[in-house]
Design a protein around this ligand. Structure first.
Ligand code: AMP
Length: 123
């Protein structure tokens, strides 16, 4: 197992979901991303869009291929927002990075939140 700064990157739960090793509610999957419902939703709609490639944090995006991955993740997030019919009412995309942002799972993911009026996080 790859261990960097005490984080177990190879054994994270999202890898298991992507590889169908544990049960989850997958809404979309292709060869770049997997999207599934958050197990502890913070809004009526709370979907995680996860890169299939193990990129621990957004800090590790580095090359043209990674640029394509993050771009694809955003496009899929928007497609899912439209599928959930929240594109007009509005939604929020969030990427947490490291401790101060409260990142729990070190496997790049975008949170798609919507279905209710979300509080302001920046005033
Ligand atoms: P973050 O704090 O940005 O790393 O977000 C991690 C998210 O993963 C949290 O919102 C958790 O509720 C969610 N999560 C953790 N385990 C699972 C799981 N097995 N299935 C779905 N979502 C999960």
């Amino acid at each position: 197992m790859l261990k960097i700064k005490n984080r177990n990157y190879m054994n994270n739960i999202f890898n298991k979901i992507i590889n169908h090793k544990i049960k989850s509610n997958i809404l979309y999957q292709d060869n770049i991303v997997t999207a599934f419902k958050d197990i502890n939703p913070k809004a009526p709609i709370h979907i995680l869009i996860v890169s299939n490639k193990l990129i621990p944090t957004i800090n590790e995006l580095k090359n043209e291929k990674d640029k394509m991955i993050i771009g694809h993740m955003i496009i899929i997030a928007v497609k899912l927002a439209k599928k959930q019919k929240i594109e007009k009412s509005g939604y929020r995309l969030i990427i947490n990075c490291n401790k101060n942002a409260g990142q729990e799972i070190y496997h790049l993911h975008i949170h798609l939140l919507g279905g209710k009026k979300l509080g302001k996080i920046i005033n």
